[in-house]
Design a protein around this ligand. Structure first.
Ligand code: ACO
Length: 311
């Protein structure tokens, strides 16, 4: 019986069909999904902070409206993803506790500060661009609820990327000071954006199994290369350069060569030692505590409704 279930699971995965919440799945598959989807959800929620920092200082009503919409979308993405973890039996409260106690990760990228408004544009272009590169293949991930959430999320991420690129185009048509701001921002975000794809394949503990289960569809290095190839022509069109002397077209490979990110910095940030880690978690903790009355009121209302229904 157990063998039949396992065989059916394997066949479904190999046929590129979806595993659904009520289907049998190996414990490791469930655990890996909860880990990855929760980390992804936490990233969306923590990711609201660096840009939220600029909502009240946006230079025009139009830019403020765009930024507000984008940050709200990120809250929505977090909620779809937490819902996807719930279909696997995870408890949202427990995941939030793990995040604010530093027992679960979120993306390294959100531990860097947003120093100027150009950062809003560069985050849209490069950070959301990297997110799209990583997440479009996840629309074909083997777990149904995650794959479906990704379809909607990618559509919204695409708007996020375009608003960033359009903002940068506008700044590049402006004064020399504005162009310098854009270049400075690109210099600060390029390497952290490359780190978003995770450690090199040789140090990636989860890739092999996640690829076998078709949770991940490409390796970290494959996606990083794709992102570099995609970003170079965009940088040229914009009129900025990336801070990497090794970055150049390799005719033989038909791809760009590029330098090695500072993996010591990456691990330091992942372990909590980035510039903004403490601030991000303290802010999330406070928001969660400040919201406790809403959760209590919702629970009390639900209980009243249930009693009324029974009566
Ligand atoms: N930031 C923080 N931690 C990371 C990062 C990163 N950029 N990349 C990898 N890690 C962690 C992994 O979580 C793993 O730790 P764990 O085993 O304790 O969980 C460890 O480093 C080793 O990495 P991998 O074995 O390569 O991990 P994995 O197979 O999960 O691949 C990846 C990492 C590519 C990020 C994958 O989890 C993924 O595709 N996730 C979904 C996308 C996502 O989370 N995006 C968030 C940022 S985008 C946004 O929010 C706009």
């Amino acid at each position: 019986m157990a063998d039949d279930l396992e065989l059916r699971f394997e066949r479904t995965v190999q046929a590129d069909s979806r595993i659904e919440p009520r289907d049998w799945m190996p414990d490791g598959y469930r655990k890996t999904l909860i880990r990855q989807i929760a980390q992804h959800a936490h990233s969306e929620i923590i990711g609201m902070q660096p840009e939220g920092n600029w909502i009240s200082r946006a230079p025009s009503l139009r830019r403020k409206a765009i930024l507000l919409a984008k940050v709200q979308d990120e809250a929505g993405h977090g909620l779809y993803l937490y819902s996807a973890t719930e279909t696997l039996g995870a408890d949202r409260e427990d995941l939030t506790t793990k995040l604010i106690e530093g027992r679960q990760k979120y993306s390294s990228i959100f531990n860097y500060p947003t120093l100027t408004f150009a950062d809003v544009g560069v985050i849209g272009w490069l950070v959301d661009g990297a997110a799209i590169c990583n997440q479009v293949p996840l629309c074909r991930t083997s777990y149904g609820p995650y794959a479906r959430a990704m379809i909607r999320i990618c559509k919204e991420e695409s708007f996020h990327q375009r608003q960033g690129y359009e903002l940068l185009m506008t700044m590049m048509r402006g004064t020399q000071q504005q162009r310098d701001m854009v270049q400075d921002s690109v210099n600060r975000w390029w390497w952290p954006a490359l780190m978003m794809f995770g450690p090199p394949d040789s140090e990636s503990t989860n890739t092999e199994q996640s690829m076998a289960w078709r949770i991940k569809r490409d390796t970290n290095d494959e996606l990083r290369q794709k992102f570099v190839n995609m970003s170079m022509p965009q940088a040229e069109a914009l009129g900025v350069t990336f801070p990497d002397p090794l970055l150049k077209w390799n005719e033989e490979r038909g791809q760009y060569d590029f330098g090695t990110p500072d993996w010591d910095e990456f691990w330091q940030v992942v372990k909590g030692g980035g510039v903004c880690n403490e601030q991000r978690i303290a802010h999330r903790r406070k928001a969660h505590e400040d919201g406790s009355w809403v959760r209590e009121a919702a629970a009390a209302h639900a209980q009243k409704q249930a009693v009324a229904k029974e009566g």
